[in-house]
Ligand binder design. Structure first.
Ligand code: SPV
Ligand code: MG
Length: 306
């Protein structure tokens, strides 16, 4: 890893630039400087050589990493200080998961703090009360925020910005809480009217058809508002399908931490199962690659694919 010299303003603007340049922007969850370096230098095979355009700072993975539930428990300044550490070794722009954004009056301060640190955008979800992760199964877990209150949060957040590049993206939770389609569309309209720079259509259904249907409708109504997908629950959908439905930004929201967690579980069990480290080594990266990381910007050579 090497120290990054990308200035906050340049990094902040890089998300809007990517959205205006690319037909499709993909970002990946990162939860540490190491995960950011890996994400930044990852490259797909084939002629398109896909790469990630940015990072997602997830409330779920930031919480899980510290052994905590995803209930808006973490202090935002603490999360921003972890983002600072990520920024010190990377160059890509970052979108922060802002949970509900907290109280309206607090959100204004959060917006300024994010902007100052070079965060490009925040996603806030239209829920209120005790926030729980949207993917949790079960009924009655979530409360929708009153529309007027959420709109005020958006408009006051926009007014609090010092510059024009920072984006406030409103996350529609209506499909999660079972709102009628028309109400989700009405809420989307109100949020755009209040100044939202983008809309997430969130869902925890394995069937993506409702999400795609809403995206087609919203794309028609608000062609200039980037639509955002978080396809954790419906991972078989392709980027091409999402793009055709009108999405411009896709968030791979928790895969880096889930991958690391599985590897850690496997390694810890293998050591116990075999009473030695040899079998655990098969699922570990070589120590030499870790040692070479301060100089080598691409420390991780990908494993052969099956
Ligand atoms: C997160 O990554 O914390 C999110 C996305 O909010 S999700 O977990 O899919 O709700
Ligand atoms: Mg979250």
């Amino acid at each position: 890893m090497s120290i990054s010299s990308v200035g906050n303003e340049i990094r902040l603007a890089a998300l809007r630039e990517a959205l205006s340049r690319e037909k499709f922007v993909r970002i990946l969850e990162v939860h540490s400087p190491l995960s950011a370096v890996i994400a930044e230098h990852a490259q797909g095979v084939g002629p398109t050589k896909r790469s990630f355009h940015g990072f997602w700072s997830s409330s779920l993975t930031d919480s899980a990493l510290r052994g905590l539930p995803d209930i808006e428990l973490l202090d935002s300044n603490l999360r921003l200080s972890w983002i600072d550490q990520i920024f010190s070794v990377s160059t890509l722009p970052l979108v922060m998961d802002g949970d509900t954004g907290g109280r309206v009056s607090h959100f204004e301060y959060l917006v300024r703090a994010m902007e100052r640190r070079g965060v490009s955008a925040v996603v806030i979800e239209d829920k209120s009360g005790e926030k729980r992760n949207s993917l949790l199964p079960g009924k009655g877990l979530h409360t929708m925020a009153p529309v007027e209150e959420f709109c005020e949060k958006i408009s006051r957040g926009k007014a609090a910005q010092a510059g024009t590049d920072f984006m406030i993206i409103a996350r529609l939770e209506g499909l999660i809480t079972g709102l009628p389609r028309q109400e989700v569309l009405d809420r989307a309209g109100a949020y755009v009217e209040a100044g939202a720079d983008g809309l997430v259509i969130h869902s925890r259904s394995a069937d993506e058809s409702l999400v795609l249907d809403l995206a087609r409708e919203l794309r028609k109504r608000y062609p200039h508002i980037p639509l955002v997908s978080i396809p954790t629950a419906y991972p078989s959908v392709t980027e091409q399908e999402l793009h055709e439905a009108g999405f411009r930004l896709i968030i791979y929201a928790n895969h880096m931490l889930r991958a690391a967690t599985r590897a850690m579980e496997e390694v810890s069990h293998r050591i116990l199962d075999h009473g030695r480290a040899l079998e655990a080594g098969e699922v570990c990266i070589e120590t030499s690659k870790i040692l070479s990381m301060p100089e080598d910007k691409r420390p991780i050579v990908r494993a052969p694919r099956h």
